[in-house]
Design a protein around this ligand. Structure first.
Ligand SMILES: Nc1nc2c(c(=O)[nH]1)N[C@H]1C(S)=C(S)[C@@H](COP(=O)(O)O)O[C@H]1N2
Ligand SMILES: [Mo]
Length: 300
């Protein structure tokens, strides 16, 4: 069965008042007497101008379809998304093989305009649509003892030229600590602008964790596992010295081979000045408490 939209929002339905305030919160705020009641001045000031759909769908990292930035746009047509299944296992009350409808049907879909910062020091602003991962976790029933969420991407060798060429180990895997996974900013995205998720961006459902480097935002998810121990993460396995498990955006911790202090905005034009990279990609107020007492140089 093809993916059906639960709740179709368009750009026109959404007031871009902040980092991530969603319809539910906007409505709650209006009921409570206006935006002042919910939006801090910092949020209200920070209006993000999304990149064009063209930018977002033509400059991608999706190594299953090749390592070039325009390879996914050329090759990801071959991704088979019909009758998509997501296996849910580990420490959950409701394990099983879910259809998308079973996994997210009836949950609230929202537009979230987020900064997106790749570890390679480029960035975009993307108007995602999706569901809070927390809502999915509630549905599958997280059991005591679960401390991390592990994710896995589909492997379709016949359809994925990068998998056939083994450009990196597959399946692509990623993980979050449970409190990170439950954070209201953490999204399972199913669309961009008013489109279902384009294949090159991780159709039909992918993770979006806006305060972490882009590689944490794993695409085309076919497995969600609740586990006790820190799960493997693809880039961390490939090169643990260069890519940590946490990979929070941090202008003060450089990649061993380049600075993370600034970033190049995609779509900014050839001569646009580089932009300073923000702590936690600009979401410090929302997420810093998750890492209180943690040495961010050691746990990078
Ligand atoms: N399965 C899978 N997920 C992936 C990747 C990948 O190669 N395979 N690349 C990651 C990296 S490095 C980035 S920057 C983002 C890019 O997402 P976008 O193409 O939607 O901008 O996807 C991440 N998720
Ligand atoms: Mo990336």
């Amino acid at each position: 069965m093809a993916h059906r939209w639960i709740n179709t929002l368009t750009r026109n339905d959404v007031t871009p008042i902040g980092h991530y305030l969603n319809r539910r919160q906007i409505m709650a705020g209006l009921a409570a007497g206006g935006f002042g009641a919910i939006a801090s001045p910092a949020l209200a000031q920070d209006e993000l101008e999304p990149n064009s759909l063209e930018d977002i769908t033509s400059y991608n990292n999706f190594y299953e379809f090749g390592t070039g930035k325009n390879d996914p746009a050329r090759n990801a047509d071959a991704l088979e998304t019909a009758d998509w299944r997501v296996t849910v296992d580990g420490l959950v009350d409701n394990p099983g093989e879910y259809s998308l409808e079973d996994l997210i049907g009836g949950l609230t879909e929202e537009e979230r305009i987020y900064r997106f910062r790749c570890v390679e020091a480029w960035s975009m602003v993307v108007p995602w649509r999706g569901i809070e991962l927390a809502d999915i976790l509630d549905r599958i029933g997280v059991q005591d003892g679960a401390r991390f969420v592990a994710f896995e991407t589909a492997v379709q060798p016949d359809n994925m030229v990068g998998v056939r060429r083994r450009v990196i180990p597959f399946p692509y895997v990623e993980g979050l600590r449970l409190d990170e996974a439950r954070h209201p900013l953490t999204l399972m995205a199913t669309g961009i602008y008013d489109q279902p998720m384009p294949n090159q961006n991780g159709a039909p459902i992918r993770l979006v964790v806006p305060w972490k480097y882009g590689f944490k935002s794993i695409k085309s998810i076919v497995r969600i596992s609740l586990v006790e121990e820190e799960p493997p993460a693809t880039w961390n396995i490939i090169n643990p010295r260069e890519y940590g498990f946490y990979s929070n955006v941090n202008p003060n911790v450089d990649h061993p081979r380049w600075s993370q202090a600034t970033e190049r905005e995609i779509g900014g034009g050839l001569f646009a000045p580089r932009k300073p990279t923000l702590m936690f990609n600009g979401y410090e107020e929302e997420v810093a408490s998750l890492y209180e007492g943690m040495d961010l140089q050691e746990f990078f």
